[in-house]
Design a protein. Structure first.
Length: 258
């Protein structure tokens, strides 16, 4: 009987140890943040500051906002979504895939960028010149920056002239690759990309006048997976992204503040 009691006690200890280990592993799992491509460089600074303040690790998954939204609808285990617009996170919230309504954390700014010896002083209108070859933009169906690039072409009434020159990247990241490799002569990019230390000083860029496109309000939401699996960490990160410290980081990295 004593042997049976010892076996039962040992089994209970093993079960308790297993539960403790499982809980520890869940708690130790980093927060998964799906980020729009324009956040490629600034997210490192945000992640470092968030860990400094909370001790919580984050890992990012980068893609065009529309692709992220599709992945979330298909069950991707993301905790928080930092979009390049308000529409995609709003759609996820309305359909029950996000548990918080989107709040704007920053405004993205559109630029023209080239690695070639082009005169960018003519701005968007100058893209119609015969001297300009391929022009890279992000896919307007899934990338908000691409959508606003088309708006700018319309504003300057050069869409018809420039359209045959357009090459489409899935995101701002791919547009950057086209420009960096000189596969495209000029690209519509984000200011946050061209001012980043990794790309600063490469080629030339000019801001696209803000009156020529709609403000690129970028929204954050906590996703259903984050609320259910990583709730406390997700809420802390959500609060951090809207904090004064995060705003300071965004402002230093080529964003306009809400």
């Amino acid at each position: 009987m004593k042997t049976n009691m010892m076996k039962m006690l040992a089994a209970q200890i093993l079960v308790a140890s297993g539960l403790l280990l499982a809980t520890t592993l869940v708690q130790a799992a980093p927060l998964t943040v799906a980020i729009a491509a324009n956040l490629k460089y600034v997210f490192d600074d945000l992640s470092a500051e968030f860990k400094k303040e909370t001790g919580i690790e984050t890992q990012s998954v980068l893609n065009a906002s529309g692709k992220i939204a599709t992945q979330v609808r298909n069950g991707a285990p993301f905790d928080v979504f930092l979009s390049a617009d308000m529409d995609f996170p709003e759609g996820l919230y309305k359909d029950g895939y996000a548990t918080t309504p989107p709040k704007p954390y920053a405004y993205g700014l559109l630029v023209l960028w080239t690695q070639k010896d082009y005169d960018l002083t003519k701005g968007v209108a100058g893209l119609a010149d015969v001297s300009v070859g391929k022009v890279a933009i992000a896919n307007p169906k899934i990338a908000p920056f691409g959508r606003q690039s088309i708006k700018a072409l319309d504003y300057y009434k050069v869409k018809a002239a420039v359209e045959p020159k357009l090459v489409y990247g899935e995101s701002i990241t791919q547009v950057s690759q086209y420009v960096d490799s000189k596969a495209a002569d000029v690209g519509f990019s984000a200011k946050s990309i061209v001012v980043a230390p990794e790309t600063a000083g490469k080629g030339k860029w000019v801001e696209v006048p803000p009156e020529s496109y709609e403000p690129i309000a970028q929204g954050v939401v906590i996703l259903k997976h984050g609320s259910e699996i990583n709730g406390e960490a997700a809420r802390k990160f959500y609060g951090f992204i809207l904090s004064a410290k995060a705003r300071e980081i965004f402002a230093k990295n080529g964003y306009k503040l809400p």
